[in-house]
Design a protein. Structure first.
Length: 402
């Protein structure tokens, strides 16, 4: 298949390996708030990628982490006066329930940062030994100047990188840093935050090193696909590249960097900080899971779009037609042949995961079955093909009654 790689900024061919499993790592949630439609879109896209690869017979090892060692979680737990572990567990449970409601298949590995500290320490130690990191008063920083291509995936000059990093939590005025863009690998903690033992004293890891450690532990030193929302390209994924490649000695860390576009509501990016969220939990009360899936996959995965209820209601009609086509009674006249449509659908997915086109073909197949039914055609093979492809795209189909 062809898939767009954010690092090289082009579509590249991916050939299914015959002698090994495929590895996919997708950055997971920080469990301090409820899953919104923006998250759902990202995890649905990777759900379809995984299903499509598995449908072709590949073994896919999919690792998705839980970032339960991070500032927003500790701040929220502190604000609400509850232990951070309890808050994290509650939100992880809710996230899993939301994924189940959307028929998103669970990842193969689902590690939590808080139980992977031992995996992170050797990486930090090795970066220090290699001269890519330095220690200051119990903090360890990655030296971005030691890695000339740092931030290449963001395609910005130094000033642009710094501005983006600052918007996304970087502290440029930290007096312990050599360069304002240097980022934390290990840090001392504020009073009351959880700490772990390390060669540099009590503290906790930085967010970026958590993902490098879990990805390499569960999937190996090089990945086929590394994914996440497009807001993770910089600094998060750039930092992952810079701190992983020197340790493994292998480039690129991921053969494909795959990023999903943001979801907007009323012209603004849907985000916790803006408070303009549509929660999955609420959306599944109003719409069927199949219609939400159809709607969210009807946009090119890399593009941003604005969430509209009207669009989900329209998707409801497509889903109803799909169900009807799977259940309509056929006759004994000439069988309906959908093999060319089947090929068109799989070609759409093989061409940079064009889910909007795949859904158009799926809808057309359903229409053709319904009109062939009125002419008494034999529908057995056509309905089996439709059910197979709909299931491959993650729709929950009731069995055919023919
Ligand atoms: Zn990550």
């Amino acid at each position: 298949m062809l898939l767009y790689d954010s690092l090289t900024a082009r579509q590249k061919p991916f050939t299914l390996p015959s002698d090994r499993p495929i590895s996919l790592y997708v950055c997971g949630i920080t469990p301090y708030d409820t899953t919104h439609i923006g998250h759902a879109r990202t995890y649905l896209v990777f759900d379809v990628l995984t299903r499509y690869l598995r449908w072709q017979g590949a073994e896919v090892r999919y690792c998705q982490n839980v970032t339960d060692v991070d500032d927003p979680l500790f701040e929220r737990a502190n604000r609400d006066g509850i232990p951070w572990q309890d808050l994290a567990q509650r939100e992880v449970d809710r996230f899993l329930a939301d994924c189940t409601a959307l028929n998103i298949a669970p990842p193969t590995y689902f590690p939590k940062s808080s139980t992977e500290i031992e995996t992170m320490l050797p990486l930090v130690g090795k970066l220090l030994a290699l001269g890519h990191a330095y220690e200051r008063e119990g903090n360890v920083y990655f030296a971005v100047q030691s890695y000339p291509s740092f931030g290449a995936m963001a395609r910005q000059d130094y000033a642009g990188l710094l501005a983006t990093a600052n918007q996304r939590g970087n502290d440029p005025s930290d007096p312990l840093k050599r360069d304002p863009l240097d980022f934390v690998l290990w840090q001392t903690c504020k009073h009351g935050e959880p700490t772990w033992e390390s060669p540099w004293g009590l503290g906790r890891p930085g967010w970026h090193i958590e993902c490098s450690a879990m990805a390499t532990r569960y999937l190996g030193p090089q990945l086929d696909f590394h994914g996440g929302g497009s807001d993770l390209i910089f600094p998060h994924h750039a930092c992952e590249i810079a701190q992983t490649e020197p340790v493994t000695g292998l480039q690129p860390f991921a053969q494909f960097w795959v990023h999903t576009g943001m979801v907007y509501l009323d012209g603004e990016k849907m985000s916790k900080s803006l408070g303009n969220l549509v929660f999955v939990r609420e959306a599944v009360k109003e719409h069927t899971s199949n219609a939400l899936r159809w709607y969210l996959l009807s946009f090119p995965y890399r593009e941003a779009f604005s969430y509209e209820r009207k669009g989900v209601r329209e998707a409801e009609l497509k889903v109803a037609q799909l169900t009807e086509a799977l259940q309509v009674k056929g006759g004994s006249a000439t069988p309906l042949d959908l093999s060319r449509a089947r090929e068109a659908l799989t070609t759409a997915l093989a061409t940079d995961l064009k889910t909007p086109l795949a859904l158009e073909v799926l809808a057309e197949m359903a229409q053709r079955i319904l009109s062939a039914a009125s002419e008494g055609a034999n529908l057995q093979a056509a309905q089996a093909t439709l059910a197979d492809l709909a299931t491959m795209l993650g729709f929950q189909c009731s069995p055919s009654t023919t």
